[in-house]
Design a protein. Structure first.
Length: 292
């Protein structure tokens, strides 16, 4: 049984900060995740907020929580890469709240995905590259019916990132019950090379845990696109390629990646993580990491 994650003491509140989208499905998914976190910890105050396109903004929510008497807020960026939104927009939202008079302590957690580290090296994948370094996170476990997992694989991730990878595996196997022999990890995309490296390393570990080749692909700002990645795996001999979704919620970029993968012959495309229990576990672990 997993150890219970640390959660805020009496009066503490959690603010989930999503990117925001014009697509109403994205906000609906975030609200479902908020409900799932509340269900996991019924006495915990949990609020949603958005950096763009959707209301309320983080500074507004923080002000409301202070007015309601909460002594501290824990802000969790609902982001899978530590790119511009995590490095710039989230701190700017807290600064905006401070400029509006906020005095309540705010503790900002890391993003949900892994952050680039000083020991990160070239990713391992079907295209080759240098081997990864010493193990710094426990490998994720095998899925039922899959080949034995590859031990000793480093992700450049912190230990709780295993929950995220477990959620990706479950969503993928749900989408492709007849199996697959190649996987594309489809992500939104970023121009930040260090952030892309964390996606590529996640793809390497996801593939290792499944016992199949796995390639990262992007819906924008980077290559390869999902169709190119599917075609590459098929050219290398894969007969049944499935696409895993490195997305928290549906939206335009998820639709772009999913359509590209299907058009190239993917047998299945997984749903975004949404309100997956593994994501709830990861959020609570992130909060627990900044308590104290």
């Amino acid at each position: 049984m997993r150890a219970a994650p640390l959660t805020p003491g009496p009066g503490g509140a959690v603010v989930l900060v999503a990117h925001g989208s014009r697509d109403p499905r994205a906000a609906a998914s975030t609200r479902a995740l908020v409900r799932a976190v509340r269900t996991a910890v019924p006495d915990l105050a949990v609020r949603e907020s958005y950096l763009d396109h959707t209301s309320p903004a983080p500074d507004v929510v923080l002000g409301e929580l202070e007015a309601d008497g909460h002594p501290v807020a824990f802000l969790v960026p609902l982001l899978l890469t530590a790119a511009y939104h995590g490095r710039v927009d989230v701190p700017a939202a807290v600064a905006q709240a401070r400029s509006a008079g906020l005095r309540m302590p705010v503790r900002v957690t890391r993003v949900l995905g892994p952050e680039p580290g000083p020991t990160d090296g070239p990713p391992v994948g079907p295209s080759g590259g240098a081997p990864v370094g010493p193990v710094d996170a426990p490998p994720v476990g095998p899925v039922p019916g899959s080949p034995a997992r590859v031990a000793g694989q480093s992700t450049g991730c912190d230990p709780v990132h295993g929950a995220l990878l477990a959620g990706l595996r479950r969503r993928l196997t749900e989408s492709a019950p007849d199996g697959f022999d190649g996987v594309v990890l489809a992500a939104a995309g970023t121009r930040d090379a260090a952030a892309r490296l964390t996606v590529e390393r996640a793809a390497a570990v996801l593939g290792a845990s499944l016992g199949v080749p796995c390639v990262a692909a992007y819906a924008s700002a980077a290559s390869p696109t999902a169709d190119v990645a599917v075609e590459g795996l098929r050219a290398a001999g894969a007969r049944r390629v499935a696409a895993a979704a490195y997305f928290l919620a549906p939206g335009r970029l998820y639709d772009v990646a999913a359509a590209a993968a299907r058009d190239a012959g993917a047998v299945a495309v997984a749903a975004p993580l949404g309100d997956a229990p593994e994501l709830v576990e990861l959020i609570l672990s992130r909060v627990g990491s900044v308590i104290g």
